[in-house]
Design a protein around this ligand. Structure first.
Ligand SMILES: CN1c2c(nc(N)[nH]c2=O)NC[C@@H]1CNc1ccc(C(=O)N[C@@H](CCC(=O)N[C@@H](CCC(=O)N[C@@H](CCC(=O)O)C(=O)O)C(=O)O)C(=O)O)cc1
Ligand SMILES: N[C@@H](CCS)C(=O)O
Ligand SMILES: [Zn+2]
Length: 757
């Protein structure tokens, strides 16, 4: 059996691409400097994969921002508002990714959405009636040629035609089906060009095939590939799926002219069953995703071997693969200098997963796989008992009953009590929590970690930042304040560091979007709250002002979803353990005089199963109760907020209402406020603050722009339920953007208030 991977992380072992790109954005380096860093990362990754013995190495998995955006540029699906700015190719690309505000114009970024069930985000291509899809880009060809020059005939990786058309947003009357001919022609041309350059295999990523598919979807998929594959020249094409199984189109997939089919045997609940029941077409290669591309635990060779052995009964041509791109795991364990060996030996990041593939290859090639050294070592590792059990926590979770998940009195009564208590103006203004994590804040934290800044000096520094933040918000005139989250490196990692049962890493960075990375903490054992985590900071902030300051927590589902989870207990069990800990913190904040508490569930939607039939049992039936448990013990007059960003909420809007928060703030501005109609249609009960401007872009929104967003909101949301706030936290912004943006926001809210009188 040969080996391959679907893609490798592109940020660099020490986030070199992030730092170079951000320097480029600040005008500190040239485009050529940035390109040089990019080339170095690609070359390093190529050599590493070559050395690991990987048989088929991907190319074009590199991106300056996002692979879907790259595909839009490749296919000429770029709105005129970016191309007409008259910027360089690279700057036009970044304008679409981040928005542009400068001497050449003022344009918002493309919408950004969660990439299936991951914490990676892609840029949503926009297609209108005048879009002409055709091959205009050169990146896959250049990167193939670059690798070939280094002696590697790579497997170019491109987002597939079906997935591309499914992910695009259609702004005119035309729909995906109207673009079949153009798109197929462009993809055929890509294949011909790659073939001409000497490619043997090309991988088309088609994760949309693991979603529920209507008959129209199947038709679209077939129509595209019947055309594309009818004219592919000598190159072999893989349809690479991931994040689930292809139960709705397995037969169509097998019936089309692909040379390879990539299936996910980690998350694909029915992948093995599909092959066993339907067989696998002869003459095609099965790319078997058995090494988990999303989690950091060492592969269990016994389990993988079992799958591969089963598959071998149906096909001789198996390529051992990862379950998805390694984009979703950190680069290398080599930089984890502080992780205890007893833990580290259970971990495999991207680089170590390459070794796992090589070992699996050796094991499967052996006459007696179970006798091989690699297999035995792996078996011993997986047989070792883990420490970290907490019987008290387990017993508490086991003893929860229905009434623990119900907050009383009911929403309507609480709403009245809270209106009287807070006496806020119409359209109260607030922010989502974080204020700019400036270089000053990051470097103070870094000094503290290194021991150069004492704990007391660091705490003094954080207090100073909180005081500045409260004064700033009072000056601007916001109604409900926040402490600014300066003490946090990240809204999940911070809690991981405070909770027992977690371990955290040093350099395990994973790309979240563009240049932004996260370092997910690892759930090692049972979770419990060792000590108060946020009370000190919230109480200090509240002591500085008469306005309410929101206590700021991350909810259990988000903490779980943005951590590397355990695989030895269920997600539900971990979520409830975390919920116990966060509930203790909520009650502690309340007992210490904090009257409004925000529990962020930014990632609630993220791990919603991709197939509707799995939604309730596999997820919502425990995720919504986990949140409800966190706040069911607070008094009626304590106001509970929650916040969500970067997801489609429409189809779970009733479940979101059922979280029973008093107020929810949503990401909305990058999605053109489409959520508003859904709120209206569903008679949404929770008070709501749909974001009035996009914080992930450096643009400063004008007062008029914010007023226009508020007007749209007022048409659909009862005035007494509407809050005014940005889309998400301000941590990625600078003060120079934050202050004018919030000033405009408060002015716009005031004007709207006056108009309402
Ligand atoms: C809100 N979002 C979040 C998601 N996931 C999370 N886990 N957290 C989130 O907030 N998903 C959806 C959205 C959008 N996604 C993101 C993801 C990441 C960021 C972000 O701002 N990331 C920062 C890193 C944050 C962090 O951990 N900072 C640390 C370390 C800082 C650092 O890099 N230090 C350097 C030196 C820096 C210097 O002084 O120059 C070093 O140690 O070498 C910290 O602050 O201590 C990023 O920069 O990528 C936002 C939204
Ligand atoms: N309170 C967090 C939520 C981000 S989703 C913040 O403001 O950064
Ligand atoms: Zn957010």
């Amino acid at each position: 059996m040969n080996t391959t991977i679907i893609g490798y992380p592109r940020i660099g072992n020490l986030r070199e691409l992030k730092f170079a790109s951000e320097m480029y954005f600040r005008g500190e380096i040239t485009a050529a400097d940035l390109e040089k860093t990019a080339r170095e990362i690609r070359s390093y990754n190529l050599e590493l994969q070559k050395k690991s013995g990987l048989d088929l190495i991907p190319s074009n998995d590199f991106s300056f921002y996002d692979g879907v955006l790259d595909t839009a540029f490749l296919l000429n699906a770029v709105p005129g508002r970016y191309t007409s700015l008259g910027l360089s190719k690279l700057d036009t690309y970044f304008a679409a990714a981040r928005g542009y505000q400068g001497e050449k114009g003022d344009v918002k970024a493309l919408a950004m959405k969660k990439w299936y069930n991951t914490n990676y985000h892609y840029m949503v291509p926009e297609i209108d009636d005048s879009t002409e899809i055709k091959l205009v880009g050169t990146k896959p060809f250049e990167l193939f040629a670059e690798a070939l020059e280094s002696g590697v005939r790579t497997k170019p990786v491109i987002i597939g035609a079906y997935t591309f058309l499914k992910l695009a947003r259609y702004k005119g009357n035309k729909k995906a089906a109207d673009f079949i001919s153009q798109t197929a022609a462009a993809y055929s041309e890509i294949l011909k060009k790659l073939c001409g350059l000497g490619a043997e295999w090309v991988q088309f990523d088609e994760p949309s095939l693991v979603m529920d598919m209507s008959s129209e979807d199947t038709e679209l998929f077939k129509a595209l590939y019947e055309k594309i594959l009818s004219d592919k020249g000598g190159v072999k094409v893989i349809a690479q799926t991931y994040f689930g199984d292809v139960r709705d189109c397995y037969n169509e997939l097998c019936g089309l002219g692909f040379d390879g089919i990539g299936l996910d045997f980690t998350e694909g609940k029915k992948s093995l069953e599909l092959v066993k029941k339907n067989g696998f077409p002869s003459g095609k290669a099965l790319f078997a995703g058995v090494v988990n591309g999303k989690n950091i635990w060492r592969n269990n060779y016994a389990t993988s071997l079992l799958t591969l052995t089963e598959l071998a009964k149906h096909t001789e041509d198996i390529v051992i693969n990862t379950s998805c791109s390694l984009l979703h795991v950190p680069c290398t364990l080599a930089n984890e200098t502080k992780l205890e060996e007893r833990c580290k030996k259970h971990f495999a990041y991207a680089e170590e997963k390459l070794t796992e593939l090589e070992e699996l290859k050796r094991i499967t090639a052996s006459q007696c796989p179970a006798e091989t050294e690699e297999y035995r070592r792996n078996l011993a590792l997986h047989s070792e008992p883990r420490t970290g059990g907490n019987e008290v926590v387990r017993a508490k979770v086991a003893s929860l009953t229905d009434k623990d998940f119900v907050r009383l009195p009911a929403f309507a009564e609480r709403e009245k009590i809270q209106k009287a208590r807070f006496n806020l103006p119409l359209f109260p203004t607030t922010t989502i929590g974080s204020f700019p994590q400036t270089a000053e804040v990051k470097s103070a934290r870094k000094s503290n970690r290194r021991g150069a800044l004492s704990n007391s000096d660091y705490e003094f520094f954080i207090e100073k930042k909180i005081a500045e933040c409260i004064a700033l918000q009072e000056n601007i005139g916001l109604d409900v304040l926040v402490h600014g989250e300066f003490e946090r490196n990240d809204m999940v990692e911070y809690f991981g560091e405070c909770l027992d049962g977690y371990i955290f890493t040093e350099k395990a960075w994973v790309q979240s979007y563009g240049t932004r990375c996260v370092k997910p903490p690892v759930i090692w054992g049972d979770i419990s709250r060792a000590r108060p985590m946020t009370v000190k900071w919230s109480v200090y902030a509240q002591s500085l002002t008469d306005k309410p300051v929101k206590g700021m927590l991350t909810g259990p589902v988000t903490i779980l979803n943005w951590s590397f989870p355990r695989e030895d207990i269920t997600l539900k069990e971990s979520a409830l353990q975390i919920a116990l800990a966060i509930r203790e913190e909520v009650l502690d904040l309340e007992a210490n005089g904090i009257s409004i508490i925000q529990v962020d569930e930014a990632a609630l939607r993220e791990k919603l199963p991709l197939r509707r039939s799995d939604w309730r049992e596999d997820y919502l039936d425990w995720a919504i109760p986990a949140f409800r448990y966190v706040h069911s013990g607070v008094k009626a007059e304590t106001q509970i907020h929650t916040h969500m960003c970067y997801s489609e909420f429409a189809d779970i809007i009733k479940d979101i209402d059922d979280m029973d928060a008093d107020v929810i703030t949503f990401e909305a501005s990058r999605s053109d406020l489409t959520i508003l109609d859904v709120l209206k249609e569903n008679n949404f009960r929770t008070e709501v603050g749909p974001g009035v401007y996009d914080i992930h872009s450096p643009r400063v929104p004008s007062k008029e722009e914010i007023k226009s967003a508020i007007s749209k909101m007022r048409e659909r949301i009862p005035a007494e339920k509407l809050w005014i706030n940005p889309d998400c936290g301000l941590k990625t912004r600078g003060n120079e953007e934050t202050v004018p943006s919030l000033t405009n926001l408060v002015e716009a809210a005031k004007e709207a208030r006056n108009e309402n009188c």
